[in-house]
Design a protein around this ligand. Structure first.
Ligand SMILES: [Zn+2]
Length: 222
């Protein structure tokens, strides 16, 4: 039994148009409803569960055609949420200018200010160094981004030269984690198919996180 069968041809046209741009008013006009009353028509159609079911079904069918499953998208988000920024750039402690003795100039009075210039990023700090006592000097290391792990590749979104140096652009891990949490139903989202302007753009309101909801999924072993 298919609920879509109970739609009139005009309703079906509305559903087909609606999933193009998710604009209810425009979809109603394109489906042949009177432009003057399109907003009210869109509102009325959105109250009809036959319509909303048909929209859900059309979206699911499109996903199937594209061979994309929700699980695949979820896995990508999860990979971004767990990727390590250190793979892109990191602060490392490296040999200071005095660690191995060969860069000290006894004639130079201002050696104290020179250690950043003389650090050796290819060597570890010398534990016996009398200047840094094995702490070394901080050095910002930028990765060869063509050799990143698959997870870090998802995180990496490009780089540009600025007057302050190289700026690495990355995906937002917290946003990715939020997407995963929402996907798993850890937020209580309310979805309204009709926004105040009658455009039927989905409106998402995060009401809050309910810890009780995901304890049922087996995370809690207590
Ligand atoms: Zn040192």
């Amino acid at each position: 039994m298919s609920k879509a069968k109970t739609l009139t041809p005009m309703m079906q046209m509305f559903v087909d148009e609606y999933i193009i741009d998710f604009n209810g008013q425009e979809a109603a006009i394109r489906a042949g409803y009177s432009p003057k009353r399109a907003a009210q028509q869109a509102y009325r159609l959105a109250q009809d569960t036959r319509i909303t079911d048909a929209i859900d079904e059309a979206i699911a069918n499109r996903r199937k055609r594209m061979h994309i499953t929700q699980d695949q998208v979820l896995i990508k988000w999860w990979e971004i949420a767990n990727a390590d920024y250190n793979e892109l750039s990191s602060v490392r402690r490296v040999a200071c200018g005095y660690c191995y003795g060969d860069t000290i100039s006894l004639d130079d009075d201002d050696n104290d200010n020179d250690d950043s210039r003389d650090i050796d990023p290819t060597r570890d700090p010398n534990p016996d160094c009398q200047m840094c006592r094995g702490e070394g000097s901080p050095h910002v290391h930028i990765a060869d981004t063509t050799k990143l792990s698959p997870a870090a590749k998802l995180l990496y979104q490009g780089a540009k030269e600025t007057k302050f140096g190289i700026e690495i652009q990355t995906a937002d891990r917290m946003k990715a984690l939020e997407n995963v949490a929402r996907h798993l139903g850890m937020f209580k989202d309310t979805v309204n198919h009709v926004s105040e302007d009658g455009s039927m753009k989905p409106v998402f309101n995060i009401v809050g996180v309910s810890p009780d909801d995901h304890s049922a999924s087996g995370d809690s072993t207590e």
